[in-house]
Design a protein around this ligand. Structure first.
Ligand code: FES
Length: 142
């Protein structure tokens, strides 16, 4: 009886395919380490990595720290929290110099922090950033 068995397999597969998508959406809006704590940008200066990882005119997303760093053509560094200003999801995607929020699709310019795509309306929070001994250090001093 091939027909009934293939129909029921299709049903099972459809159910299985939907579950991971729901799981991903949930995970994207909670702490990446699964601790249940709210994801946050640094509250103190953190060493992000080698200075030469951010090219002039480019940007780099540091997912573990919820920070994006961009470098202007004149070499100036800028850093922003990548906690979305719409509903607080950690932004996990950088396309060129455009940050894309996984939750509702807001987009931000990593060079200016400004919103380039709603639903977010507020710019990203700027963080102090500097290069020290060839390393990029970002986050508020306390
Ligand atoms: S939380 Fe980022 S678009 Fe809604």
């Amino acid at each position: 009886m091939p027909a009934p068995s293939s129909a029921s397999r299709r049903t099972v597969l459809r159910g299985a395919a939907a579950a991971p998508v729901a799981g991903l959406a949930l995970a994207a809006c909670s702490a990446p380490d699964g601790s249940g704590a709210a994801a946050d940008a640094p509250t103190a200066p953190v060493d992000l990595g080698a200075e030469n990882e951010v090219a002039k005119g480019g940007a780099k997303l540091y997912r573990d720290h919820n920070v994006v760093v961009s470098r202007a053509e004149d070499g100036t560094l800028k850093a922003y929290s990548t906690i979305c200003t719409h509903a607080g999801c950690p932004i996990n995607k950088l396309r060129g110099t455009t940050l894309v929020c996984p939750c509702h699709g807001s987009e931000f310019d990593a060079v200016t922090g400004k919103v380039v795509q709603a639903p977010a309306t507020e710019p990203l929070t700027e963080l102090p950033v500097k290069a020290a001994k060839g390393r990029i250090v970002a986050g508020p001093a306390n």
